[in-house]
Ligand binder design. Structure first.
Ligand SMILES: Nc1nc2c(ncn2[C@@H]2O[C@H](COP(=O)(O)OP(=O)(O)OP(=O)(O)O)[C@@H](O)[C@H]2O)c(=O)[nH]1
Ligand SMILES: [Mg+2]
Length: 450
């Protein structure tokens, strides 16, 4: 998936030219691809539509950051919106009530309620030091209560003893009474699965909820649920009122679009991700991570963020003007190298750019590593101000001193100076092409120079 979206966007990069702000045309072109990416990540269609509309409103007229093309900028905007739509920051489980607190687990058949009940119990007892009691209200599926009891034993969490023939409401009452005498902080109530949303079971859930007054009602949903996610979430939320969502099977191949759909229709935070069958495989939901999984363009987003930060600290235009006049000294070279370092080093930066995989391998082979950038900066920093401004005064003994000061061989100082000369020549040539030419070629040309 990463490859195909990247590849598609690479095509757009070639067609679009930066123009200061994002035009409607730029935005539409990039959003077309993002719409497909969202659908491929299994976000429900109505949610995609609304999301794209909002993104469009935000994106049109946005100022462009230098060295970032319009398509990349749109991706950044979409990514920010996606994180926002997923809740911005991880949300904590609600434990803000007197003991015993009840947590009610609801969801479709096989969505992972029983497994998640045990996972949550373990998490609450180990990380939050709570005394937890597990109780199964699933009297419909044979051996369902036994399944929870077995998991509880494996996890060292107490579970409510099973009484054959007892009804869900009676079990709920007994669980609460038991918790009160046993000094239990949290009761986790596992409920029966629903194949469809049927009224009878929904009504039962409603009465369980009224009786137990849960602090959290978790909708447990399979993250591989595609377009149906919206309906499932809506039915449960409308019928019984959900407070939080747990997405299971996030360890699968899905791209997590259900997260966006469910959050969108319920407005409820997603708090946990099930990451496997084992009881320790429950993770706290992080909107940032899930957003980059859905869009699968997290790398480009990082690039835009860094480039934006960079353009604030470094005035590229001033440099371009200077170059136009042929004034390029070692201070400028150091600035460029620092810029590269800030962008996360050369190799990581190249990795960000879609379609550059092949070239990157070649460059790696040519020894163009981040270490080199660091060593070269070290060499320049070992020079005096005067030397940096007028490199032609660097004779043999000065070079030797610099090599010693920066801990490299004289050979390496010589190589840097040669590179500097090549860059100077190149920039002079580019200066003749004018400022635009430089802005367009800037970094790429510099890398070739190296
Ligand atoms: N890979 C993976 N498997 C999971 C996850 N959560 C649950 N499962 C598996 O999914 C299957 C169903 O899980 P259960 O916990 O029994 O689901 P349930 O909702 O209680 O099912 P019913 O009680 O029949 O409605 C089991 O085989 C679990 O091991 C998860 O996060 N990742
Ligand atoms: Mg179950």
């Amino acid at each position: 998936m990463y490859k195909s979206l990247s590849d598609r966007l690479t095509g757009i990069f070639d067609r679009l030219k930066g123009r200061g702000t994002l035009s409607e045309e730029d935005v539409n072109t990039a959003l077309r691809e993002i719409r497909i990416a969202l659908l491929e990540a299994d976000v429900a269609l109505p949610v995609v539509k609304e999301f794209i509309e909002q993104a469009k409103e935000k994106a049109i007229g946005q100022e462009l950051v230098k060295s970032i093309n319009p398509a990349q900028m749109v991706i950044k905007i979409v990514n920010d919106q996606l994180i926002h739509a997923l809740g911005n920051e991880p949300e904590a489980i609600n434990l803000n009530a007197p003991s015993p607190m009840v947590m009610l687990m609801v969801g479709l058949q096989g969505s992972g309620k029983t497994t998640t009940s045990a996972k949550l119990a373990k998490l609450l007892s180990t990380r939050f030091r709570k005394n937890v009691l597990l109780a199964s209200l699933d009297v419909y599926r044979p051996a369902a209560q036994l399944q929870l009891e077995t998991l509880a034993k494996q996890t060292d969490i107490p579970s409510l003893p099973i009484i054959d023939g007892e009804k869900p409401l009676a079990i709920t009452k007994r669980a609460i009474e038991t918790a009160k005498v046993q000094n239990i902080d949290v009761i986790i109530l596992d409920t029966a699965g629903r194949l469809h949303i049927d009224d009878e079971l929904m009504n039962e859930l409603k009465s369980i909820k009224t009786l137990s007054n849960p602090i959290e009602t978790f909708l447990v949903a399979d993250s591989l649920t595609g377009q149906d996610a919206v309906n499932i979430a809506k039915s449960f939320h409308d019928a019984i009122g959900v407070t939080s969502i747990v997405l299971t099977r996030a360890d699968g191949d899905g791209r997590g679009g259900a997260a966006l759909s469910m959050r969108h229709v319920t407005g409820c935070p997603i708090k946990f991700l099930g990451m496997g069958e084992r009881v320790d495989q429950l993770e706290i939901f992080d909107p940032h991570r899930v957003a980059s999984r859905i869009l699968d363009m997290g790398d480009i987003v990082a690039l835009v963020e860094r480039a934006a930060a960079l353009s604030e600290t470094q005035d590229q235009e001033k440099l371009a003007k200077k170059l136009e006049k042929g004034h390029f000294d070692l201070n400028d070279m150091a600035k460029q190298l620092e810029g590269m370092q800030k962008m996360g080093g050369l190799s990581s930066m190249l990795g960000f750019l879609p379609g550059i995989g092949k070239i990157k391998d070649k460059l790696d082979g040519a020894g163009l590593d981040d270490n080199l950038v660091r060593r070269q900066l070290g060499i320049i920093r070992s020079m005096t101000k005067q030397e940096r401004r007028a490199p032609n005064i660097l004779n043999g003994s000065r070079r030797k001193r610099i090599a010693l000061g920066s801990g490299v061989q004289v050979m390496e100082v010589n190589r840097l100076l040669k590179q500097f000369e090549q860059m100077q020549t190149m920039f002079k040539r580019m200066g003749k092409m004018g400022q635009k030419g430089f802005m367009r070629q800037g970094l790429g040309a510099m890398m070739r120079g190296m």
